[in-house]
Design a protein around this ligand. Structure first.
Ligand code: NAD
Length: 244
């Protein structure tokens, strides 16, 4: 029986694997959910031939995430082959295959997110807040995650966790793929009015906030991330970098 047939790159490399099923609440996206594993996921790259290029780029954001959190060699592969992947060349299958394998390894280790699975949220804490303040309308999920990953990498550098070139490589690859790395990169969002306060309120609603501290995934190096509890002063270090 066919359980899942993902038709976007993002669904093929991320949402179809791992069994997280969630519904939206008026207070935010994916706030109520359950774990339910499909028996089979069938990925047919033919479907991507009709996908808008913007959706393809947004899906690649999650592919880049796997390199950052778990596989430096894969990250280098993406630096050298992102054009081929965007052109739906031979690199595409390798990129999808590697992404699914890396995600499956993490989920097999920690299905219910009591530990390591949280690394899959790299870039998503800021990303979800960005989606919320832009009313889930203006940015694709992968675009918000790209801004969130660049912000998390910048923050990691500012907190002294990684070298500057780590942050520069991450931001560089996202820019080359054609993804936004700041809200102001997305011209149609620039005119929107939201304050740093709105952004904080969105962060507070995210399920990762506990007692004024937020669980945050930071990068130590390409392929290596760490979970840290940050307080408001620490995670607001880069607020201007995200909003402007
Ligand atoms: N549960 C999870 O683990 C998880 C993980 C990542 C993302 N998500 C969620 O998935 C959602 C993002 O979904 P998305 O970007 O994959 O898809 P989407 O459903 O938003 O689709 C994007 C657009 O592409 C169109 N489309 C889809 N497949 C097509 C095809 N083959 N050819 C032409 N057009 C096509 C759709 O109609 C839509 O207009 C977000 O809401 C995100 O939060 C969930």
């Amino acid at each position: 029986m066919l359980d899942l047939w993902p038709t976007t790159l993002l669904a093929q490399v991320d949402s179809s694997v791992g069994g997280k099923t969630a519904v939206n609440h008026k207070k935010g996206k994916n706030l109520i959910g359950a774990f339910y594993q499909p028996e089979l996921v069938l990925i047919d790259i033919e479907a991507l031939k009709t996908l808008e290029e913007r959706d393809l780029r947004a899906g690649l954001a999650e592919v880049v995430k796997y390199g950052i959190i778990r596989d430096a060699q894969f990250f280098s592969y993406l630096e050298n082959n992102y054009k081929d992947i965007l052109n739906l060349g031979d690199g595409l299958i390798h990129a999808i295959n590697t992404s699914c394998r890396l995600k499956a390894e993490v989920v097999e280790e920690d299905e219910r997110e009591t530990g390591i699975r949280a690394i899959l949220n790299f870039g998503h804490t800021f990303g979800h807040a960005i989606e919320a303040v832009t009313n889930y309308k203006e940015l694709k999920h992968g675009e918000a995650v790209a801004i969130g990953m660049a912000a998390a990498a910048r923050l990691s550098f500012r907190l002294g966790l990684c070298k500057k070139d780590v942050y520069e490589r991450i931001e560089g690859l996202l820019v080359k793929i054609g993804l936004p790395v700041r809200i102001s990169d997305v011209s149609f969002v620039q005119s929107r009015k939201f304050s740093g306060r709105d952004f904080f309120r969105a962060l507070e609603l995210d399920k990762k906030m506990i007692g004024g501290k937020i669980k945050f995934i930071l990068t130590k190096d390409i392929g290596r991330v760490a979970l840290q509890q940050l307080d408001e002063r620490e995670f607001s270090l880069d607020l201007n970098g995200i909003l402007n």
